[in-house]
Design a protein around this ligand. Structure first.
Ligand SMILES: NC(=O)c1ccc[n+]([C@@H]2O[C@H](COP(=O)([O-])OP(=O)(O)OC[C@H]3O[C@@H](n4cnc5c(N)ncnc54)[C@H](OP(=O)(O)O)[C@@H]3O)[C@@H](O)[C@H]2O)c1
Length: 349
């Protein structure tokens, strides 16, 4: 096994990301070590300073960030039977989680430790670049839709019944939204989603039955009309400023008044003032919590392996490779902060 590893380190909250040597950490029970071949970039990886203190106040330094991994299995820990050295996989890297909080589990390094039940094999036909698109955005969508403390919806199955209820996805062309549309459809719900009009066709290819321009002054009215008398099973608020219009929508449309927000907890708290008056319940999603309940294995163990292999589940949006090597990640994160539309920035290692 390799003794030397290299990582992209965050030495403290205010430091620049720098590449340097890192220990090679062997897998513990229920863990695997992966030679990382591609990483996806997420907004949370680009947060630093005071904001990082608000988003992840528990984080110990030096830290290795990154949530999205695709690569080859190098070693498996005790009790792991689903994977062997050489398997091609994708997985959610959980180094930033309060319960894990260790650099060995961050994505931005050559050898990362992953929890076996948050990993899925990928088909030969899927590139590492495209596989690295999925983990955190998929996990966040699944947490919001299926966890009992959020929308608590029925889980996806291979042949779901067509349900009479609607799931609203505000921010359908975000990576989180792209996964939410597919997951909700995979559970049999009708989906109504918002995006910019240039992405309407993309949303339909993912399974949305109706689309509304998120920038329209009458977006909430249009959504109420699109939902019609197919009651809401729940609503996801994804993207800046989405909580307020989604609360208004949930208050007016028939069905459940539950809203799950993908914004950081402190933003959700601020933006959901007035929820009680509207009769709406708002919860804030943290995309790693599914590792501790039935939702994580339902998605990464039960759903994804077969659904990716048959093409029933797409890795969406499309990957855009913005560089190679750990030292390409900071520039990629800068590009991400400037904004992307219906694509995912990826760096190969
Ligand atoms: N809570 C968690 O654990 C967690 C985890 C991951 C992400 N997130 C959050 O979830 C959100 C989406 O993340 P992502 O990585 O999926 O985003 P992303 O893919 O980078 O989002 C790009 C898309 O955002 C859309 N967009 C831009 N501003 C928007 C707004 N104000 N309202 C709705 N959509 C907007 C654009 O849609 P159009 O071009 O169609 O307009 C664009 O397609 C972010 O706020 C992120 O911080 C939370």
């Amino acid at each position: 096994m390799p003794e030397q590893n290299t990582a992209l380190w965050l030495r403290n909250r205010f430091a620049r990301l720098t590449v340097g040597p890192a220990p090679y950490t062997p897998p513990g029970p229920g863990e695997i070590v992966v030679r990382v071949r591609a990483v996806g970039l997420n907004l949370v990886d680009s947060v630093s300073g005071v904001l990082l203190g608000l988003v992840a106040p528990w984080l110990k330094f030096p830290a290795v960030l990154g949530g999205d991994v695709a690569g080859d299995v190098v070693e498996v820990g005790a009790g792991v039977t689903r994977f062997h050295a050489g398997d091609r996989i994708l997985g959610l890297a959980l180094g930033l989680e309060r319960s894990q909080n260790r650099p060995a589990e961050g994505a931005f390094q050559n050898f990362a430790v992953l929890m076996e039940h948050m990993v899925s094999p990928i088909p030969e036909t899927m590139s590492f670049e495209q596989a690295a698109v999925l983990p955190l955005q998929l996990a966040t969508a699944a947490t919001g839709l299926f966890q009992q403390d959020h929308l608590g919806l029925a889980l996806p199955t291979a042949n779901p019944p067509e349900r009479p209820e609607t799931v609203l996805v505000w921010g359908g062309s975000t990576g989180v939204g792209s996964n939410a549309i597919q997951l909700a459809r995979g559970a049999g719900y009708r989906v109504v989603a918002t995006a910019s009009p240039r992405n309407f066709e993309y949303l339909r290819t993912l399974g949305a039955a109706a689309t509304v321009d998120r920038n329209s002054a009458t977006a909430v009215d249009e959504l109420v009309a699109a939902i019609g008398d197919s009651p809401l099973a729940g609503s996801l608020a994804i993207g800046n400023g989405s909580v307020r219009p989604v609360m208004q929508l949930a208050a007016r449309a028939p069905g459940t008044k539950r809203v799950a927000s993908a914004a950081p907890a402190f933003v959700t708290r601020l933006q959901s003032r007035g929820a009680k008056r509207l009769g709406v319940q708002v919860s804030g999603i943290w995309g790693g919590t599914l590792k501790d309940n039935e939702v994580g294995p339902a998605v990464f163990v039960d759903l994804l392996p077969a659904a990716l292999a048959t093409g029933a589940y797409r890795s969406a949006p499309d990957a855009e490779v913005v560089g190679h090597g750990l030292d390409a990640i900071p520039a990629g994160l800068k590009q991400l902060r400037r904004g992307v539309s219906a694509k995912k920035l990826v760096v190969t290692l």
